[in-house]
Design a protein around this ligand. Structure first.
Ligand SMILES: [Zn+2]
Length: 380
């Protein structure tokens, strides 16, 4: 990483912003190296000391009901890992993000966010886990088919109701007010043949100065959500261009295909899991005395990591291709320049790394880097 502003970024970053973005990148990389090393160390210790098996044996003194065992097992692991990671979350928000001027989270918001997330994980995660263990107990080898149905139903439900059930727990969403911007958006959605009633502004500024926009739901439930931090800095045409990109995702069927792909992914994963969950070897390897759903799930989670990395990589390739298509969709309505400008503003505002290594992009980026997107927009 050089502190010298590369020629290709002139006109996007100035010298000072560029130096800041490089520093931000360094601080974040160092931090994630430390946290990743520590969590690796903890896992190794759990293996070496047979921690998972010990916990399983210990809990069996209290209950032998497989559902309660599973809930207690993951409850203890979840809480322990939460206590271990909490200081890092704190440091990231109140030291790193603060230092670069992004943080808007108050201590109160931080604490309440945390409590709410824990409760949600306990209620939704615990509920789903109990249901899946119950299905496994009833159906054994075929459990993956029934579980797939449950998970599909749950993801459809969440896609539909995420904005009305979950988001309000953390943020305020208001319908976009009548006026210039709303008219411009309405004009565009008519041109694009896209019925859009739900445009909301969310108070992202409650936590961070970083800006974003997203699309959620489908059918009558579809809605576009703009961060208030986005509205402050952009011209109306640039916001319309961002929306055009989001509508592009919908029109090009990326939402549906993404959902289908992740279902396929889940099906494969559940099927492989169903082959190993009843076997004693993975449980014995983790120090347990007998096979069980919950210890089998931990062993499977670890063994599946390489495959899940490969699948994630494939999903990223798919996602980056979709991003280009959504950009091109916006460009086909004459919004190439406006979209380019808004992407530049977003990158600068979020201090994005504009010159990531190609290999890193290939493995980890769900969106193409800015320069590649600008080039694609220019070629339209
Ligand atoms: Zn996109």
């Amino acid at each position: 990483m050089s502190v010298q502003l590369p020629d290709q970024l002139k006109g996007i970053y100035n010298e000072e912003q560029y130096a800041r973005s490089q520093e931000y990148e360094k601080v974040k990389s160092r931090f994630s190296l430390i946290t990743a090393s520590l969590s690796f160390l903890v896992i190794i210790l759990m293996f070496a000391l047979g921690g998972f098996g010990w916990l399983d044996n210990y809990l069996r003194e209290w209950t032998n009901n497989p559902i309660w065992l599973g809930l207690l097992f993951f409850g203890v692991i979840g809480l322990a890992s939460d206590i271990l990671t909490l200081p890092f979350g704190w440091y990231s928000t109140f030291v790193i993000e603060e230092r670069f001027g992004f943080n808007k989270t108050t201590v109160k918001t931080f604490i309440f966010d945390h409590i709410k997330s824990l409760l949600l994980a306990a209620v939704i995660g615990g509920g789903l886990l109990a249901l899946v263990i119950w299905i496994y107990e009833q159906t054994q080898g075929m459990f993956w088919v029934y579980t797939l149905i449950v998970i599909t139903a749950f993801s459809l439900f969440m896609t539909m109701f995420y904005s009305t059930l979950i988001v309000p727990l953390f943020n305020k969403q208001k319908p976009l007010k009548d006026g210039e911007l709303r008219n411009a958006i309405q004009r565009f959605s008519e041109r694009a043949g896209f019925k859009l009633d739900n445009i909301f502004v969310i108070d992202g500024s409650k936590r961070s100065t970083k800006a974003n926009a997203y699309f959620t739901g489908f059918g009558a439930k579809k809605r576009i959500v703009l961060y208030d931090t986005l509205m402050d800095e952009m011209e109306n045409e640039e916001i319309v261009a961002v929306l055009a990109h989001e509508i592009g995702h919908y029109k090009k069927k990326h939402i549906v295909s993404g959902l289908l792909l992740s279902l396929l992914n889940t099906a494969v994963m559940l099927y492989i899991f169903s082959l190993v969950v009843g076997r004693p070897e993975p449980a014995l390897a983790l120090g347990a005395h007998q096979a069980s759903f919950h210890v089998g799930l931990v062993a499977f989670g670890i063994l599946y990591t390489p495959l899940s990395f490969l699948i994630g990589m494939g999903m990223n390739v798919f996602s980056r291709k979709n991003e280009y298509q959504a950009d091109s969709f916006a460009a086909s309505y004459g919004l190439a320049e406006a979209l380019g400008n808004s992407l530049k503003k977003l990158s600068v505002k979020n201090l994005s790394n504009l010159t990531p290594h190609k290999a890193y992009v290939f493995f980890h980026y769900s969106h193409p880097p800015l320069l590649a997107r600008l080039k694609n927009l220019k070629n339209q």
